[in-house]
Design a protein around this ligand. Structure first.
Ligand code: PLP
Length: 292
């Protein structure tokens, strides 16, 4: 069954711009059959791509890690991304970019040669919903991290995260914070996780194979350090989060969304905190100068 989409929407698939509801890949595409593909989600503001060079750096890294060759130059990719945004008339929204290993006879062994499939879609985001989350904050629940051992690669193997997000939503929470076998929070199902401890120390988990190196995480870390804010990259537990002054999540579609409750426990005052607000503000200020 195909999704219902507004008539004007355009997708880019394998070299062609086509109507969104007609776009598709072949049934033997390895992205479909093996989740053998990587992706990026980039925020669009005023029709421009935000933090693009960081997204392309991470895309290239993901592709290197699983040996998918770049199907086109960065310049060409940037051009197509801009075109997809333009053709979909996106002012404030997101662009989704996926690169699969391509269409090959089904075989578990990864083929030595391939011709990657490039897929792009773009759509508008509802600013009011994001503003509402920012002003009221969101709830999270903790769930076991059932994902694979290379969460640092942004692949489309998203079933475990998708199941966790669904469970969180069914319990009235916005996000699931995933917990590893040692009892530490790795990250959210589709966000990086942060807490603010006493005396204003900002904590987020250190990079490893256990978490995605979020683009927003990186930009926030750099911006906070430049402002001489106290930031540390280390593991924390759900108990640390429940005892924290503040908590927040970051992702390209929602930089610095306050978290006000974890597993039913109020965090701090139960309202979005001042440090989260400052992070959101400095991120907004620098992101204006980082658009392509
Ligand atoms: N962690 C996971 C598991 C994600 O899926 C995402 C975004 O999709 C993030 C973190 C946030 O990354 P970014 O800031 O690059 O959007």
């Amino acid at each position: 069954m195909k999704p219902r989409t507004p008539p004007g929407r355009i997708a880019y698939v394998d070299g062609r711009y086509s109507r969104h509801f007609e776009a598709g890949v072949h049934i033997e595409d390895r992205g479909l059959q093996f989740g053998d593909s990587v992706y990026e989600v980039c925020r669009v503001e005023y029709g421009a791509l935000c933090d693009l060079s960081e997204h392309l750096d991470r895309l290239e890294r993901s592709m290197r890690e699983i040996a998918i060759p770049m199907p086109m130059s960065r310049g060409a990719l940037t051009h197509v991304m801009g075109e997809v945004v333009r053709r979909n008339k996106v002012g404030y929204g997101l662009i989704y970019l996926q690169i699969t290993r391509g269409c090959l006879r089904r075989d578990f062994q990864i083929p030595a040669r391939c011709r990657p499939t490039v897929i792009m879609t773009a759509h508008e985001l509802d600013r009011a919903i994001i503003a509402q989350r920012r002003s009221v904050g969101v709830k999270v629940v903790t769930l076991p991290d059932e994902r694979w051992g290379r969460c640092d690669i942004k692949t489309t193997q998203l079933l475990a995260g998708s199941r966790a997000k669904t469970e969180a939503r069914s319990r009235g929470a916005f996000e699931a914070w995933l917990v590893d076998g040692e009892g530490f929070v790795t990250e959210g199902a589709s966000t990086n996780a942060w807490i603010v401890e006493g005396a204003g120390r900002i904590v987020t988990r250190n990079l490893s194979h256990a978490i995605l190196p979020g683009v927003t995480r990186r930009v926030v870390l750099e911006a906070a350090a430049a402002q001489k804010m106290d930031v540390i990259e280390r593991k924390f537990t759900p108990q640390d989060a429940a005892a924290a002054q503040e908590a927040f999540i970051t992702s390209a579609t929602g930089p610095a969304i306050p978290v006000v409750e974890i597993d039913g426990y109020r965090i701090g005052t139960g309202k979005p905190g001042a440090i989260t607000g400052k992070i959101a503000e400095i991120y907004a200020n620098i992101s204006i100068n980082r658009q392509t």
